[in-house]
Design a protein around this ligand. Structure first.
Ligand code: GN1
Ligand code: MG
Length: 364
């Protein structure tokens, strides 16, 4: 994307100061992200994103959700004596007053303020960091636990295993690029757990496990820390939804506790690190145990297995589908991811009883 065009796009938003540069930032799988700098130290820098309209089919509704959540958070931060401009994301409207800009190609762009002097970690390297991350997401959920206004379900069925199985069954029977025959073993990994996952899903459907405001992408790099190592702000709110809190906790276990990479080629590297699990859980429950129900606590550890399993399914389904969802760096990237996430799932399953007991011992 050429620089002139990017500058022009950034110029569509209500920015403070004089625009100086727009440059690519990070390597998300879904959106394209840029850092927008303004001249001098007095005015903020910004994050410009082209939202992936194939995944987020209603970007204005998504931005509306983000706005509702950040407004609620800012109110809470203010009540607690914090700094709402640093402890919650700030969405910047377009000059026309909209929450996103649609360009000539029909692409959707959005801007938020860049929060300066922060640290983002790619991995939860130490138990201390994992504890802080758990506390961060716990606090995020805690501050949103009294948000009554429902969010628009912009990703219907996102963490709904029933919907995932519908997509899965359709892709397998279609076999659009002829890959089904090479992944029979991997397909069996999914099928052999179907009944158990559906059993759990019944509890969500019948309300035993309630829906709340959740983040749905709780990787540690979606939390900004301050220079003292304290959690400052939870970012990347694209997937804020109403869903069980188990999803956030589970997705964090999936990403934090992995001793290997999400796409590790060497499966011996991959396992669930107990000390990181323990620390994350302690941090998370320190903020949430007061409002979680007994059923949520009972099933919390299962959230780790559920989300990791779902991720195995999603990577494999995308592989079978011909790699249309996740950005890939090589022909078999999604299959490599599938196998690496499965190794993590097996490691979690082996430690599940202990995980559940640990959660319940803290919840007392
Ligand atoms: C996607 O782009 P990123 O890394 O924030 C995905 C998550 C997956 C994750 C796997 C909207 O998130 O659900 O867990 O990749 N986000 C969406 O790395 O599908
Ligand atoms: Mg994300």
């Amino acid at each position: 994307m050429n620089n002139e065009l990017l500058m022009e796009l950034a110029g569509q938003f209500q920015l403070d100061g004089v625009l100086s540069s727009v440059k690519p930032l990070g390597e998300g799988f879904i959106n394209d992200t840029f850092i927008v700098k303004t001249e001098g130290e007095e005015t903020p820098n910004y994050i410009l994103q082209r939202k992936n309209k194939n995944i987020f089919t209603d970007v204005p509704a998504m931005m509306e959700n983000i706005l509702k959540v950040t407004t609620h958070l800012k109110k809470k931060v203010l009540e607690q004596g914090g700094d709402p401009s640093r402890e919650a994301m700030t969405i910047v409207p377009t000059k026309a007053g909209d929450n996103c800009f649609v360009d000539a190609d029909g692409e959707f762009w959005a801007v938020c303020e860049f929060i300066s002097d922060t640290i983002a970690y790619q991995n939860a390297e130490t138990p201390e960091l994992a504890y802080a991350g758990g506390k961060g997401i716990g606090k995020f959920q805690n501050m949103l636990s009294d948000m009554k206004e429902p969010l628009v379900d912009i990703l219907p069925g996102f963490h709904n295993i029933k919907v995932r199985y519908e997509q899965w069954d359709a892709v397998i029977s279609k076999d659009p690029v002829g890959r089904v025959k090479e992944v029979q073993k991997e397909i069996e990994w999914i099928e052999s757990r179907r009944e158990k996952m559906m059993e759990f899903w019944t509890l969500v459907e019948n309300g035993t496990i309630p829906s709340r405001v959740t983040h749905n992408d709780t990787k540690i790099n979606n939390i900004l820390f301050d220079q003292e190592g304290e959690v400052l702000c939870v970012i990347d709110l694209d997937t804020v939804l109403n869903s069980p809190v188990l999803n956030d906790y589970g997705d964090a276990l999936r990403s934090y506790t992995n001793t290997g990479l999400e796409d590790d080629e060497n499966l011996d590297n991959v396992s669930m690190d107990w000390s990181i699990f323990k620390a994350y859980t302690e941090g998370y429950l320190s903020e949430t145990k007061a409002f979680l129900t007994p059923s949520e606590l009972e099933w919390l550890a299962f959230g780790g297995l559920y989300i990791t399993y779902e991720q195995v399914l999603r990577f494999l389904m995308d592989y079978i589908d011909g790699d249309n969802y996740y950005k890939t760096k090589s022909e078999h990237h999604n299959l490599v991811r599938t196998r690496a996430q499965y190794a993590l799932l097996e490691s979690m399953e082996g430690q599940y009883d202990k995980m559940r007991d640990f959660v319940l011992s803290l919840a007392k």
